[in-house]
Design a protein around this ligand. Structure first.
Ligand SMILES: NC(=O)c1ccc[n+]([C@@H]2O[C@H](COP(=O)([O-])OP(=O)(O)OC[C@H]3O[C@@H](n4cnc5c(N)ncnc54)[C@H](O)[C@@H]3O)[C@@H](O)[C@H]2O)c1
Length: 385
């Protein structure tokens, strides 16, 4: 299989490389002989009030060239791009719920930050030959569904009125409940959150600009990535961290909707391997690829698996609350990933959860202030009961 190694990709810049995916990716790339530079502002929301002490940052310290800087600041990005052969662009604001009311901030970091990166690639002499973009399944909004006659549907957001009466499943206009199915890359793109919209804009900008200047690109649509190292501090995203903190602090779990909404959870180890393959393999150039397991797991199951793993008997309360912007179901169609990256996820959900919970138990116990973040979303009118 063709490799970009023939293009001698040696120096790799990871924006947001001190974060969950980035730090794991950085360490793996270093172990494979790459020289890695990280540009990261050590955002307090992810790294805590004392970010230089964060375990994510500490894990890459001394192993990468670290530039503390911001993706929205020209001089930081110019400095970071110098001498790089490829860029893996991860720096972003990532909370779906939070994005619904922090519009300007999400636009600034995710959209303007990416525009700045591309502007510099176009206007400043550089040696970049490939850009890998971390996009998200959020670009699909609700994914693909079928009815009883196997006809495909790409429904928009669910109606608030119906959800307020406890009807959370996706239905078509004749009232038939639709069945979710694996969402392929050619599915309709209609995000239901502002975060998803910024990810779609990132995709379109990267594609258009890279094509126009002849730089290869790959767009990776990550499903829910989880595992050792994910931020335990950020109350706005990362359901496994949020539930873990609540359980370990003896607090009840408020399970939204009826708990039966599903997500596709992919372990960090598999995510890193797939991301590196997308960087190295020329066959992936200029393609858009789903990164997931293709397995749908419901949120209630996640809550119970975690409570059992921590051996804690906290109340698991299915509240019927729901957030505007949340989707009902989504899981990845992996045909494209299998064909282009020649790899299937290896870590089972159960093994991934065991590794994750064992790691969490070794971390200092913290209160991530999740209930405060919920109150914030409620006050803004995006959490309904
Ligand atoms: N983790 C997931 O489940 C998932 C799913 C879909 C897509 N993604 C995408 O993958 C990427 C990485 O996600 P992650 O889970 O590692 O997130 P993360 O929050 O752990 O890491 C993001 C990193 O970016 C840095 N950052 C934030 N704003 C910045 C700025 N203005 N300038 C420089 N650095 C900044 C943060 O300090 C952090 O270290 C993101 O683009 C995210 O949208 C992640």
């Amino acid at each position: 299989m063709g490799s970009n190694k023939s293009m001698s990709l040696k120096n790799i810049l990871i924006t947001g490389g001190a974060g969950f995916i980035g730090s794991n990716l950085a360490l793996k790339l270093v172990s494979r002989g790459y020289s890695v530079t990280v540009l990261d502002n050590l955002s307090e929301q992810i790294h805590g009030a004392n970010p230089e002490k964060s375990s994510l940052y500490q894990s890459i310290l001394g192993k990468v060239i670290f530039i503390k800087g911001d993706i929205t600041q020209r001089k930081d990005v110019e400095q970071a791009i110098e001498g790089q052969d490829a860029i893996i662009h991860l720096a972003a604001e990532t909370g779906t719920g939070q994005s619904m009311y922090s519009i300007e901030k999400y636009n600034h970091v995710n959209v303007s930050g990416t525009a700045l990166l591309l502007d510099i690639l176009v206007n400043q002499k550089n040696s970049v030959k490939k850009v890998v973009l971390a996009s998200s399944r959020a670009v699909y909004g609700e994914g693909k569904y079928v009815n009883s006659q196997s006809k495909s549907f790409y429904p928009k957001s669910r109606s608030v009125e119906l959800m307020q009466t406890g009807n959370f499943e996706m239905i078509n206009i004749s009232g038939e409940i639709l069945k979710p199915c694996a969402t392929d890359e050619n599915s309709k793109l209609h995000p239901t959150s502002f975060y998803g919209l910024t990810k779609l804009q990132q995709e379109q900008m990267v594609k258009m600009v890279c094509e126009s200047i002849g730089i290869n690109f790959v767009i990776l649509r990550y499903q829910n990535v989880f595992g050792v190292g994910q931020s335990l501090v950020n109350p706005y995203t990362g359901i496994l961290s949020i539930f873990s903190n609540l359980i370990l602090n003896g607090k009840a779990l408020n399970i939204f909707e009826d708990g039966l909404m599903t997500r596709d959870f992919i372990n960090i180890e598999d995510t890193v391997e797939l991301t590196i393959r997308s960087l190295e393999l020329a066959i992936a150039n200029n393609e858009t690829i789903n990164i997931g397991t293709g397995i749908a797991t419901n949120v209630l199951k996640v809550a119970n698996v975690l409570a059992n793993a921590y051996e804690k008997n906290v109340p698991v309360e299915v509240s019927g609350d729901f957030r505007i912007g949340d989707i009902r179901h989504n899981f990845a169609d992996l045909d494209q990933a299998k064909r282009l990256l020649d790899f299937q996820p290896k870590v089972s959900f159960e093994k991934g959860i065991r590794d994750f919970t064992n790691w969490v138990l070794q971390q200092p116990r913290i209160d991530s202030h999740f209930n405060q973040s919920l109150q914030e979303i409620k006050d803004k009118g995006f959490l309904k009961s």
